[in-house]
Ligand binder design. Structure first.
Ligand code: RFL
Ligand code: PHB
Length: 393
C-alpha cells in the first residue's frame, strides 16, 4: 500500500488530520491498533474549545455536535463553601462546548468510512523505517499478517504509548515529565447535571461536576493513584462528592445510576522536538497535560491544524518552510498549555506534601481570584483561548 501521509492512530489527532488533509486534496491512510467499537467507546474528554468547534464546522462535520452538544458559558470554582463564577462569554466573548470526545471520534470515523477513505482498524504499527529518506515505510500487523505502508510523510498520532515517539532518534529527544501521586476517579451517572461546570477545592480533596447531556452527569473525584475504580461503592462516591462540593444538605447534586467508572492518572509531559526528517508527532504522543484545564484533545487538534497547513504548503508549492517550523510553533504552545493545566491542578487539588503554610497560600490564591475580575478574566481566557489559532484551517 502507498499513500501521501501515513497516519498512525485514530484518536482525535489522527482523525482530524485525515479530514483536514482530505479537504486540501491530500491522501492519507490511518492505521489504528484497536477495533472500531473500542475506539468509539473510550470515555475521555468532554470540553471543546472554540478553535476545535470552528474546525469541525469548517470540515462540515459539526451537525450532530450542534444538535446534541451543550454550550457551556460558566465555569465555577468552589472553596470554603463559596463559589467563584466565571462568566466565559462576559470575560472572553466565547464559550466552550460540552460534547464527548467519543462522540467527536464517532462522527469523524463515520464520515471517513462513508467517503470510502482508508482507515484500517486492528492494524498495530510495529516499526517505522526510513524517516530520513523521501520514502518512509510503516510496518504493521493486520490479522496476523505483516504489512507495509509506504508514504511521503508519517504522522505519529498514536498517543503516549505509541510507535511514533519511540522512532525518534533518542539522542535528539528531550523529555520533561511530572507524574502526580493522585488520579481522577471518573464516573458517568444517569442524573441531571449541575447547571455549570463546577470544580472544587476542599479539605477532603478535589472534585469536578461536568456533564455529557441533560440526563448524564460526568463526575470526578481526586483519589490516590493506585485506586481500583471498582473499590468505590456508589454510596461512598456520592457521599464524598456531596461533601467535597459543600452540598451537605444533599439538595444540589442529583444522584443516579452510575454506569461507567474509570481512573485517569495525572501527568504533565512534553517531548521535543516534535519532528525528525519525515516523521511528525502530534497530540498525546508528544504532550500530556493533567486534565484540570480540559486541554488534551484541543491541543491535539491544534497540532494537526498546524501540520495540515504545513503539508498543504509543501504539496502546493514544494516549500518546506512551514514544515520546518512545525515543532517550534507547537512546542511553544504546548508549554503554555502545560503551564495553565499544571497551575489549575496546583490550585485545586489536595497535596499530601503540603504544609499548613502551603495550604493557606492555596486558599489565599483562591480568595484573590474571587475578588479580582482581572484574575478571573485571565483564567477564563486561558480556559477558552489557549489553543486558538485564527490563521489555521
Ligand atoms: P489518543 O486519543 O490516545 O489516540 C491515539 C490512538 O493511537 C492508537 N495507537 C496505535 N495505533 C496503531 N499502532 C500503534 N502502535 C499504536 N499505538 C497507539 C491508539 O489505540 C489510539 O486510538 O491520542 P490523541 O489523538 O493525541 O488525542 C488526545 C486525547 O485523547 C487526550 O488528550 C484527551 O482525552 C485528554 N483529556 C481531555 N482533553 C480535552 O481537551 N478536554 C477534556 O475535557 C479532557 N478530559 C482527558 C479528559 C483525558 C482523560 N483521560 C482518560 C486521560 C479527561 C480524562 C479522564
Ligand atoms: C469532562 O467533562 O470530562 C471534563 C471537564 C473538565 C475537565 C476535564 C474533563 O477539566
Amino acid at each position: 500500500m502507498r499513500t501521501q501521509v501515513g497516519i498512525i492512530g485514530a484518536g482525535p489527532a489522527g482523525l482530524f488530520l485525515s479530514h483536514l488533509l482530505k479537504a486540501q486534496g491530500i491522501e492519507s491512510v490511518i492505521l489504528e491498533a484497536r477495533s472500531r467499537p473500542y475506539v468509539e467507546g473510550r470515555v475521555r474528554a468532554g470540553v471543546l474549545e472554540p478553535g476545535t468547534i470552528e474546525t469541525l464546522g469548517r470540515l462540515g462535520l459539526d451537525a450532530r455536535m450542534r444538535r446534541e452538544g451543550l454550550v457551556d458559558e460558566g465555569l465555577d470554582m468552589r472553596f470554603r463553601g463559596r463559589t467563584i463564577h466565571l462568566d466565559l462569554p462576559g470575560l472572553t466573548g466565547k464559550s466552550v462546548m460540552i460534547y464527548g470526545q467519543q462522540e467527536v471520534v464517532k462522527d469523524l470515523i463515520a464520515a471517513r468510512v462513508e467517503a470510502g477513505d482508508p482507515l484500517v482498524f486492528e492494524a498495530q504499527v510495529t516499526r517505522i523505517e526510513g524517516i530520513e529518506t523521501d520514502r518512509p515505510r510503516i510496518h504493521y500487523t493486520e490479522g496476523g499478517t505483516d504489512k507495509v505502508l509506504e508514504c511521503d510523510f508519517v504522522a505519529g498520532c498514536d498517543g503516549y504509548h505509541g510507535a511514533g515517539r519511540a522512532t525518534m532518534p533518542q539522542d535528539i529527544l528531550q523529555v520533561f515529565e511530572q507524574v502526580y501521586d493522585f488520579a481522577w476517579l471518573g464516573v458517568l451517572a444517569r442524573a441531571r447535571p449541575m447547571p455549570d461546570m463546577t470544580y472544587t477545592n476542599s479539605d477532603r480533596g478535589f472534585a469536578l461536576c461536568s456533564r455529557r447531556s441533560m440526563q448524564v452527569s460526568r463526575l470526578y473525584l481526586q483519589v490516590p493513584a493506585d485506586t481500583d475504580p471498582n473499590s468505590w461503592s456508589d454510596d461512598r462516591f456520592w457521599d464524598e462528592l456531596h461533601a467535597r462540593m459543600f452540598d451537605e444538605g444533599r439538595t444540589e447534586i442529583e444522584e443516579g445510576e452510575i454506569f461507567q467508572r474509570d481512573l485517569a492518572k495525572l501527568r504533565a509531559f512534553v517531548a521535543a522536538p516534535m519532528q525528525h526528517g519525515r516523521l511528525f508527532l502530534a497530540g498525546d504522543a508528544v504532550h500530556i497535560v493533567p486534565p484540570a484545564g480540559a486541554k488534551g484533545l484541543n491541543m491535539a487538534v491544534a497540532d494537526v491544524r498546524v501540520l495540515s497547513r504545513a503539508l498543504t504548503e509543501f504539496y502546493r508549492t514544494g516549500s518546506r518552510a512551514e514544515l520546518e517550523g512545525y515543532s517550534t510553533l507547537c512546542v511553544e504552545r504546548a508549554w503554555r498549555v502545560v503551564r495553565f493545566s499544571s497551575t489549575l491542578t496546583g490550585l485545586l487539588h489536595k497535596f499530601g506534601h503540603h504544609t499548613p503554610m502551603q495550604r493557606n497560600l492555596q486558599l489565599a490564591e483562591l480568595e484573590y481570584i474571587a475578588g479580582s475580575r482581572n484574575a478571573q478574566a485571565s483564567i477564563a481566557e486561558q480556559y477558552v483561548m489557549l489553543n486558538y489559532l485564527p490563521d489555521y484551517p
